[in-house]
Design a protein around this ligand. Structure first.
Ligand code: FE2
Length: 410
């Protein structure tokens, strides 16, 4: 396949990109077309590596309103409503909804997804369903599955055993939810437990960590200490960390030293954080988002996720990472021109680091021929016009193609 005349990664120069046997084999101007080669006219548009959603919950997707809508908009009502809906889960139900959302994502240029899967279920129905779907859809998307204890590890019957069982059944990443455990002590113990479990089975870690507007929620320092002492930092991710938006600056200054030493990754979920955050404030209302700008400036890796697509925690969502980046740059005060131009990193290269797939990701000769063609010349204009992904290409094969809508003014 030959993609003609594109701006790769916002670069000013126009180049052609050639993919042979599923891998990038040449990136330069003026590549000659080979006999019978498929040619895509890049129209001087932006070519990026595929989008990555580094944090989503596919087991709960498309359940908004079942059995009721979350009218308070709090995390806790979301958990209550989900635990009701969970009672009627079947494998077919999970697979049908998750597949529908994954197909939306593929249409919007996503090829890598890290999905948390609720394992506080004695039958692990959602985990088994998503493991099957991961295999079924491997030609469309790389699915990383996190054993996520939605109702706690120490605070749920047999929580520890269920976590270990889920890992043994093949889930890729060990999760946690220390701020939701009954007590701070249980929260700490859950972090020690999950890190030991990940170490034992050689798994990645991604913890829902301090997703609460409580400045006393400080499990992040426990997770970072574990990551540092076990030298697992680049394999460990702290998701949400919204309490950091409420920490005082003196404590945060001290904390950042440890965060940098540990090499931890962070995931913020701007849409859902700003929606669920600040719900117990009158005025002033907090934004409920972690310190993305400061983490980024300190050289700490941060990526963005959509978190929820039409479920008890977010009634909206369309599997489009441009929605996520737009909210992200607004709510974190990252709207300088170069910040906007570079903001695609939160859903591409930074997310690849979070998912630990950097060696197989990016538009470089020798890497898998995965890329997306956006209907604008650079990422600033991509955000401005919220443009379509014209082509989603995986291993040199077109996965999805979009014809832009056309408006006629009278
Ligand atoms: Fe989440």
């Amino acid at each position: 396949m030959l993609i003609k005349n594109v701006h790769v990664n916002n670069q000013a120069d126009l180049v052609d990109v050639q993919i042979t046997d599923g891998q990038f084999t040449a990136i330069k101007a003026g590549i000659k077309v080979r006999p019978n080669e498929q040619v895509i006219d890049g129209q001087e548009k932006l070519l990026l590596p595929p989008f990555i959603d580094s944090h989503v919950h596919l087991d709960a997707t498309l359940t908004a309103g079942q059995p009721e809508y979350n009218e308070t908009g709090t995390l806790f009502d979301g958990i209550r409503i989900w635990s009701e809906r969970k009672k009627s889960l079947t494998k077919e139900d999970v697979k049908r909804r998750a597949k529908q959302t994954i197909m939306k994502m593929v249409g919007h240029g996503i090829q890598h997804v890290r999905s948390h899967v609720d394992v506080t279920d004695p039958h692990l129905i959602a985990a088994q369903a998503l493991l099957e779907l991961k295999h079924d859809l491997k030609d469309q998307v790389d699915l990383q599955l996190v054993a996520f204890p939605q109702e706690g590890i120490l605070s749920f019957p047999n929580g520890k055993q269920l976590m270990e069982q889920a890992v043994k059944e093949g889930l890729d990443v060990v999760g946690g939810i220390p701020h939701f455990e009954f007590s701070t002590e249980y929260g700490w113990q859950s972090v020690h437990f999950l890190m030991a479990l990940a170490d034992k089975y050689d798994k990645l870690v991604d913890v829902h960590c301090d997703e609460i507007d409580d400045p006393m929620s400080r499990h992040l320092e426990v997770l970072a200490t574990e990551a540092y002492e076990r030298q697992m930092g680049d394999r460990v991710t702290a998701s949400h960390t919204t309490a950091m938006g409420s920490y005082n600056d003196a404590y945060t200054y001290k904390l950042f030293r440890l965060l940098k030493m540990s090499g931890l990754n962070f995931v913020a979920n701007p849409l859902v954080n700003v929606h669920l955050g600040g719900r117990f404030d009158t005025y002033p209302k907090r934004r409920g988002v972690t310190r993305v700008k400061e983490l980024d400036a300190a050289g700490i890796n941060v990526s963005f996720g959509e978190d929820d697509v039409q479920d008890p925690w977010n009634p909206l969502g369309d599997g489009n990472m441009l929605d996520v980046v737009s909210m992200g740059v607004y709510v974190t005060h990252m709207m300088g021109y170069s910040q906007l131009q570079n903001s695609y990193k939160f859903v591409t290269t930074n997310a690849a680091k979070t998912l630990h797939i950097e060696d197989q990701y990016g538009i470089e000769v020798g890497k898998p021929g995965d890329c997306i063609l956006l209907n604008e010349q650079n990422f600033y204009q991509t955000l401005n016009r919220h443009v379509e992904v014209l082509y989603n290409i995986r291993h040199g094969r077109v996965l999805a193609e979009t014809i832009p809508a056309h408006t006629t003014l009278h």
